[in-house]
Design a protein around this ligand. Structure first.
Ligand code: 6GU
Length: 241
């Protein structure tokens, strides 16, 4: 059951890295089919124009609807429509839970706009032929959706069964982002002493119970300091902050 991902962008070269590393191997091994498409291929004028000035005035340009309509005609058939994912800073947050869900979709279609936006009728039309999710990576603004799609595709594809050699590496993050939704604890490898810095002795003790308890405490402490919003109410003690 190979997943298919299509991406439409005016900068298809952004997606060259998807042929490398883990995602590249998933494509090479047939676990993932990846299609990258240039939106300008669905224009008809000499200059392959994809944008125009906004109705109502204002700065910047807006993506014209017609090339998007033709892209959907080419990539979305009448049956088994893909899930359309549109990266935008005004979307709902992209999360590990969405990555998990989308790793089980047979087909994903990513539509990259420039941040001034795509004519709103494109989303209205798209919703009439397929499910649509507008998502954001976080509270900052990128110039376009391309870098966001690179991040999302990597987050999704590593969860496809068979893509990661040792699925144990996924277990500790399976609930959310760490254990029980906490941040990951710090990790160490050899040598035991490096530039005067020691590995915490508990990790050399061979006592798995103590190691587990230490890691849990480190995860909690990190989460308290860096992401208190992730703490369960039972761990949210104002005296600790
Ligand atoms: Cl998903 N797209 C763009 N253009 N900017 C963003 C973003 C997405 N997430 C955060 N900033």
């Amino acid at each position: 059951p190979t997943q298919r991902i299509d991406v439409v962008s005016i900068f298809p070269d952004y997606f060259a890295p998807l042929r490398l590393s883990l995602v590249g191997k998933a494509v090479a091994s047939g676990l993932l089919a990846l299609g990258v498409h240039d939106l300008r291929d669905w224009t008809h004028d000499r200059h392959r124009t994809v944008d125009d000035t906004p109705y109502g005035g204002g700065a910047g340009m807006v993506m014209r609807p017609e090339p998007w309509g033709e892209a959907f005609d080419a990539l979305v058939g009448p049956q088994d429509p893909p899930l359309l994912v549109v990266p935008t800073p005004s979307g709902v947050p992209f999360t590990q839970a969405l990555a998990q869900e989308w790793s089980r979709e047979p087909r994903l279609l990513f539509a990259c706009g420039r941040y001034e936006g795509i004519d709103a009728r494109v989303m209205e039309y798209a919703r009439s032929i397929m499910p649509v999710r507008e998502v954001s990576l976080g509270d900052y603004v990128l110039n376009g959706g391309e870098v966001a799609v690179l991040a999302m595709v990597e987050a999704i594809v590593r969860l496809i069964p068979g893509v990661i050699g040792n699925p144990d590496s996924l277990v500790e993050e399976s609930y959310a982002d760490g254990q029980d939704g906490l941040l990951e604890y710090p990790v160490y490898t050899k040598p035991a002493r490096w530039r005067g810095l020691e590995v915490p002795p508990v990790l050399l003790s061979g006592d798995h119970g103590r190691v587990d308890r230490w890691r849990r405490e480190q995860s909690l402490e990190r989460t308290r300091r860096r992401r208190p919003d992730l703490l369960p109410p039972s761990e949210r003690d104002p005296r600790h902050s």
